[in-house]
Design a protein around this ligand. Structure first.
Ligand SMILES: NC(=O)C1=CN([C@@H]2O[C@H](COP(=O)(O)OP(=O)(O)OC[C@H]3O[C@@H](n4cnc5c(N)ncnc54)[C@H](O)[C@@H]3O)[C@@H](O)[C@H]2O)[C@@H](O)CC1
Ligand SMILES: Nc1ncnc2c1ncn2[C@@H]1O[C@H](COP(=O)(O)OP(=O)(O)O)[C@@H](O)[C@H]1O
Ligand SMILES: [K+]
Length: 538
């Protein structure tokens, strides 16, 4: 699902008004009407059942107990949307009170016009005796797309009063105090249970911490087409099941194991061979035809016997963690036998002292999924990995968690987390790789650039080894024929979905461990395949 940043939305508003010829007041009327419908849904669950026209003409609300709607109005057009909603709700018989956050004379021109229209139907402003705690729903129409954080006076007391009222809040466009581009929030950010996004939804409503402030999101359509939005620069997306179903590749009946490629896994180190096992099984569970595990000659048979029985173990010359000329040469010969490489899980950082090995792997002429320790080695190289990625001439997916990514971009982890979308995109463009920045709301950024926010997963995944499984999954998807962007999106989505399925049946978010995921990939893939059938039938 397409999302737009604040600047893109401003541009699209202008295009709608100046090029398409829809008056600003008409756009506000659409948004305000939708807000009124969602408010009715919140107070008595009726918003969707009867058209607004039928409701207004039947005057049925006048008979009902009078639910109170508080509308807190800012001086810009977000406030104007709120006043349109206030007018509809008042005419329907709800007890509406409007709180102006600024002097009436400071309202923008169109907002003032909407205030007059509200007054002309005898709508009321809040008085001394009115109190937000009396409201059945509070509508936050304080700041929208013209806001610049942090929130300035005189708005803060209004935000604090909304908090203190402990009533359900509907935010127009996005909660006041939230940055729609990054999802960062002001200390007094409004916490909504519903948000009505104007025209198209915003990335900040789907990433932490903003996601927790937005509640359920409804989009008030302004008939802005997908193509028009993309033409004006929109490049953020929320990953939905429909997006994934479109990319799903059904396996042909007449296939054989050669049809789905070979994955080579270079992972594990003394004490950490479990990470390699998880990556190997991840690759198989994503559908790879064959998965080779590249083991050093000194890896004990006991460890090897613990690998999934399907794994093909291939030995390279030398001992674990020793990257001399022989080891590199024999590794390169092994990689020549596979279609995709997965490098890094549990691998340790011994390669840090062998720039030749790093360079040799950079030049591998196959798609690579690079994860964990290997990324830390790349980050620690003299130029912070610039040369490494310059030497990569083939497709690369990197799967850092926030701390690994922070090392790659040489910034503190806290800074990365403040703007995951932006940093992932910048790095994808700079290194021409697909960046899978993990953590709640995993971000997938491509060099195009396109920035996707994953919608599946839960805190059950916050446990050792789930990242190793993901690296394997991505390798398996690449080998079995998915393009790079699709492999990253489908892999991350399925990984999160498996955790959700596991935690609603057999496991809980506390008890889930990485290897439990394997049992649930089947259901996750089947659901995508059904969704694909439904969309084809539709
Ligand atoms: N352009 C249009 O015609 C449309 C606009 N729409 C609505 O209009 C909104 C955008 O309207 P505006 O551009 O007027 O922006 P806002 O409604 O966000 O208001 C901006 C005003 O608030 C002040 N302000 C900004 N940041 C502040 C802060 N941190 N503390 C205190 N005051 C602050 C500014 O000085 C400015 O006067 C959208 O979010 C949406 O709700 C929709 O009705 C769709 C169509
Ligand atoms: N709270 C969370 N919500 C959703 N996904 C999460 C959460 N915490 C972790 N994850 C996911 O779990 C995986 C953890 O990977 P990683 O940190 O590399 O772990 P490890 O190195 O132990 O395998 C990533 O896919 C990440 O996106
Ligand atoms: K708002």
């Amino acid at each position: 699902m397409l999302l737009v940043t604040s600047a893109e939305m401003q541009k699209l508003d202008t295009v709608m008004i100046e090029e398409i010829g829809v008056a600003s007041a008409a756009l506000m009327e659409s948004v305000g009407l939708r807000v009124a419908e969602v408010t009715m849904d919140m107070v008595d669950g009726t918003g969707a059942h009867q058209s607004m026209g039928e409701r207004v003409s039947s005057r049925s609300r006048e008979m009902d107990s009078r639910k109170m709607i508080a509308v807190v109005v800012g001086k810009g057009h977000n406030g104007a949307d709120g006043l349109v909603a206030a007018r509809y709700l008042h005419v329907l018989g709800y007890s509406v009170r409007v709180w102006l956050t600024s002097d009436e004379r400071d309202l923008s021109h169109l907002t003032h016009i909407q205030l007059c229209a509200y007054r002309n139907v005898h709508g009321r402003l809040a008085e001394e005796t009115d109190d937000l705690t009396q409201a059945d729903v509070i509508i936050d129409a304080i700041l929208g797309n013209g806001s610049q954080l942090p929130v300035r006076e005189p708005l803060r007391p209004f935000l604090q009063a909304i908090h203190k009222a402990h009533r359900p809040v509907l935010s127009i466009d996005f909660p006041t105090g939230l940055d729609p581009d990054s999802g960062q929030v002001d200390v007094d950010c409004v916490k909504a249970v519903r948000t009505v996004a104007c025209g198209l939804s915003k990335p900040g409503l789907y990433v932490e911490p903003g996601r927790a402030y937005a509640g359920q999101i409804t989009i008030a359509s302004l008939a802005i087409s997908y193509h028009m939005a993309v033409r004006h620069g929109a490049h953020h997306f929320l990953v939905t099941e429909q997006d994934i179903a479109k990319r799903y590749r059904r396996r042909p009946q007449d296939s054989h194991k050669g049809s789905f490629g070979r994955v080579g896994v270079l992972a594990g180190s003394p004490g950490m061979y479990g990470a390699a096992r998880l990556a190997v099984e991840g690759a198989y569970r994503a559908g790879a035809g064959l998965v080779y595990y590249f083991a050093p000659e000194d890896l004990s048979d006991t460890w090897v016997s613990g690998f999934p029985v399907e794994a093909v173990v291939k030995r390279y010359a030398g001992r674990a963690g020793v990257w001399n000329v022989d080891a590199i040469a024999s590794l390169l010969a092994l990689f020549a036998q596979v279609d995709v490489g997965v490098i890094g899980p549990g691998m340790g950082r011994s390669m840090q002292d062998s720039p030749e090995a790093l360079l040799a792997l950079a030049q591998l002429p196959i798609p690579l999924v690079l994860d964990a320790d290997f990324l830390q080695v790349v980050a620690a190289s003299e130029d912070g990995g610039v040369t490494f990625f310059e030497h990569r001439k083939h497709l690369t997916i990197i799967t850092p968690h926030p701390k690994e990514f922070a090392q790659l971009i040489k910034r503190p982890t806290s800074v990365v987390q403040e703007n995951r979308l932006l940093y992932a995109k910048e790095y994808a463009v700079k290194t021409q790789t697909i960046v899978v920045l993990k953590g709640a709301g995993t971000v997938i950024a491509t060099p195009e650039p396109a920035v996707w926010i994953n919608s599946t997963g839960n805190s059950g995944l916050a446990t050792g080894g789930t990242g190793d499984v993901l690296a394997g999954l991505l390798g398996g998807l690449l080998a079995s024929g998915y393009g790079a962007e699709s492999a990253a999106l489908v892999g991350v989505y399925v990984h999160g979905k498996a955790a959700e399925l596991a935690c609603t049946t057999q496991y809980s978010q506390e008890s889930l461990v990485a290897s439990d995921l394997f049992a649930w990939f089947g259901t996750a893939f089947r659901q995508i395949s059904w969704e694909m059938d439904i969309s084809h039938d539709g």
